[in-house]
Design a protein around this ligand. Structure first.
Ligand code: ZN
Length: 197
């Protein structure tokens, strides 16, 4: 397995993060290895999801993993790979929760997301599947799906002045500290998630 370079919004080649990714047409061992490398990269970076554009590949693929120790989460410990995902249903209830992104390192902000989604996708062999996800996994899926559309979580933060980072105080506690995030890197989105039947 290999650890891949994660493209950040501050990098010269950040454009890949702003493109609409194209459909995957080739399935098999190569795609399986790519997904494994993405999972490894995600875990080593302490992330819970990673989309192909984040490693410089503009294709419709992302991985997600709900940490095992999130015991209250319905999908704790689950690992998923989504190829050519389609969000086919979005729950009516929305929850606001803090998000971060490996492509926007050190920056966090609160985002409203549906608490439940139904996604249709293919696995690395091209086999179709359907998954109903609740809670944190639903959030990860919506965040990663956005990456395939060129959307970043900062675009969905209601008030960008609430974006923050964390710093250690004298006792080693992490405390939120406001950051001046470059406004030109934000492209506010109003439209909800695109639901395709
Ligand atoms: Zn992200």
């Amino acid at each position: 397995m290999a650890r891949l370079r994660v493209v950040t919004i501050f990098d010269e080649d950040y454009q890949v993060l702003r493109q609409k990714a194209r459909k995957v047409n080739r399935f098999g061992p190569e795609l399986a290895r790519l997904a494994e490398d993405m999972l490894e990269t995600m875990r080593e970076s302490h992330g819970v999801g990673l989309a192909a554009p984040q490693i410089g590949l503009s294709i419709r693929l992302f991985v997600a993993e709900v940490p095992e120790d999130m015991e209250d989460e319905p999908h704790a410990g689950e690992t998923h790979v989504f190829v050519n995902p389609k969000i086919v249903k979005v729950g009516r209830e929305e929850v606001e929760r803090e998000e971060g992104c490996l492509s926007i390192p050190g920056i966090y902000g609160d985002v409203w997301r549906a608490d439940e989604v139904v996604v249709r996708a293919q696995d690395v062999k091209g086999k179709p599947f359907r998954l109903r996800a609740k809670g944190f996994l639903a959030r990860i899926i919506l965040h990663e799906y956005d990456h395939l559309e060129g959307i970043l979580f900062v675009d969905r933060v209601e008030d960008p002045s609430t974006l923050h980072t964390y710093e250690e105080d004298d006792d080693g506690e992490l405390i939120p500290v406001p950051v001046e995030f470059p406004r030109h890197l934000i492209r506010p989105v109003q439209q909800p998630v695109l639901v395709r039947k």
